[in-house]
Structure formats: structure tokens, C-alpha cells
Write a protein that binds this ligand. Structure first.
Ligand SMILES: [Zn+2]
Length: 282
């Protein structure tokens, strides 16, 4: 239990308004350290005051429908509901260690490129996620179910949490939600090189990270310790060293960033922590 008693209680400085719960639908402590940002859709329209309305509803609704979130975004506002040091009741399986963000929109929505949806994603959701990642030391990676089960840190959504833990039937943010756009935009705001998704199963070489943080190049009958990388920035530095050495040049993929600049990246799968990676520690 990570108690919030006596702690400074936090909302992001980007928060426009706050509606604290008045129905007890939250825990005023954490069962775990904060490791995830979990995105949701609140199943409402992209209209003015949507985020405030969602938080107001959650703040007063009574059993058996009680729930809560940390933030809700719409195209105009970021509204806070539960302090980050509290546990919101949002995504069973990722409540204890997640900061949960509701967004105006619907899981079955297909038009995420609409001006209003993009305004919400790029001017509210992305800056909020980046701010949380920066303050909480979380990398701008999208975590799939297997990575959630492996207790990695990063960004995910309710659908992926349910794929991992099967604790509810919610499918938000839906298969059309541009979560990779969110990842790249967050990485840009954090000033780190985005890592583009790759074809994991076709890579016969992998970069693996041991629990002690050492990065190894593994595959083709060889294993090479590269550098110790105790944190995310060091990991990125190590990858850049690896790319600069030409050792893994076959992994380098070119992509065009939001500013139209052609950059080099490595497949996301290249960063997989694999089970036998622990055997590589000298
Ligand atoms: Zn949800």
C-alpha cells in the first residue's frame, strides 16, 4: 500500500478544472507504484463541456454504477477528478498502478481524424500524457497485453488491459483510435526519439534488457553485452550507440516524423524484454 496520507496531492499543471468525487468511488491511496497511463473513451460526444460532464457524472453516481478516473479530456479542456496519488476505479487490472484518462469519444468511433478529435488528442490528451510520463518517469511506449502482464511501464488503453487481465468487457479506446499517433507525439514532446513498431517475429536478432539494466544484442548464435542502461534516456542513448556502430544496421528503419524530417528508428520489438534475457547476465 502506497498511502497518500500526508503526501502532496497532485493534478497535472495542465488541468483546467477539477471535480472531486463526492460518492466515495475511489481509494485515497495506491496499492502499487504508478507505472501506466491508461487511455479510455467515455462513450460521449465531442461537445463543449464533455469532460466536465463526465467527471461530474462520475463524482456523484451511486452504486452499482460507481466509477472514477484521474482526468477526462475533450477538445477544449482537461478536467481532473481523482488526485494522481489516489486509486481511481476505471480499468480493473490497471487501477492500482495506472493513471486513467477518459476522453470524449466512443470505442466504436472511426473518424479520429476529424478536426475536433485531433484537437482533443493533440492539444489535450497528448500534452497531458507527456506531462505524466515526464513527472512519473514513464517511457512513451504503447504496451500490449503481453507487456502489461510482464509489468512493463508505459502507455496503454482499456482494451489492452482487458486483453491482459480479462476483468471487464470494455473495448475502449477501440481498434480505430490512433494510439501510435499519441505515442509519437508524446515522444516528440518529451524530446526522445520515437521507436517505430516492427515485425517482431521476423527479427532474428533482438536487443534484450536484463533486470539490472544491461542491454544485450542477442541472436544468430551470438550474445554481446552493449552498455548498462539504468533508465530510459540511457536506453535511448545505448540504442543510438548501437545504431552508430552499424552492428544492427539491418534493424534501422527510416520514417518521417510530424515535421516531415526523415529519421532513423529501430523496431519496437527490438526492445523486447525476453524471458531468457536473464541468462545473459555475465
Ligand atoms: Zn475504459
Amino acid at each position: 500500500m502506497v498511502s497518500s496520507k500526508g503526501k502532496h496531492l497532485t493534478f497535472s499543471p495542465l488541468t483546467n478544472r477539477v471535480v472531486l468525487p463526492s460518492n466515495g468511488a475511489y481509494y485515497d491511496s495506491r496499492l502499487d507504484q504508478i507505472e501506466l497511463v491508461v487511455l479510455h473513451t467515455a462513450e460521449c460526444d465531442l461537445v463543449p463541456n464533455a469532460a466536465f460532464a463526465v467527471c461530474s457524472y462520475l463524482s456523484r453516481t451511486q452504486p452499482p454504477n460507481r466509477a472514477s478516473c484521474h482526468y477526462c479530456t475533450d477538445p477544449w479542456e482537461i478536467v481532473g477528478q481523482c488526485h494522481e496519488e489516489w486509486t481511481a476505479w476505471t480499468a480493473p487490472g490497471a487501477n492500482a498502478n495506472g493513471i486513467n484518462i477518459e476522453q470524449a469519444g466512443r470505442a466504436h468511433q472511426t473518424d479520429w481524424n476529424s478536426p475536433l478529435a485531433q484537437q482533443m488528442i493533440m492539444t489535450k490528451t497528448v500534452p497531458l500524457v507527456a506531462d505524466i510520463c515526464k513527472r512519473r518517469g514513464l517511457p512513451p511506449l504503447i504496451l500490449e497485453a503481453s507487456e502489461l502482464i510482464a509489468e512493463r511501464k508505459g502507455i496503454t488503453d482499456h482494451r489492452r488491459v482487458n486483453d491482459a487481465f480479462h476483468r471487464s468487457d470494455h473495448t475502449d479506446c477501440g481498434s480505430n483510435y490512433p494510439i501510435q499517433q499519441v505515442r509519437i507525439a508524446v515522444a516528440n514532446l518529451l524530446g526522445v526519439e520515437p521507436i517505430i513498431p516492427g515485425k517482431k517475429d521476423e527479427d532474428d536478432m533482438k536487443i534484450v534488457t536484463s533486470d539490472s539494466g544491461t542491454i544485450y544484442l542477442v541472436g544468430g548464435g551470438m550474445k554481446t553485452a552493449l552498455v548498462p542502461a539504468p533508465n530510459w534516456n540511457d536506453t535511448l542513448w545505448a540504442i543510438n550507440q548501437l545504431l552508430a556502430s552499424g552492428v544492427a544496421s539491418e534493424w534501422i528503419q527510416q520514417y518521417t516524423d510530424n515535421d516531415g524530417v526523415v529519421r532513423n528508428g529501430v523496431p519496437q520489438g527490438a526492445l523486447d524484454r525476453v524471458a531468457d534475457g536473464l541468462d545473459m547476465i555475465p
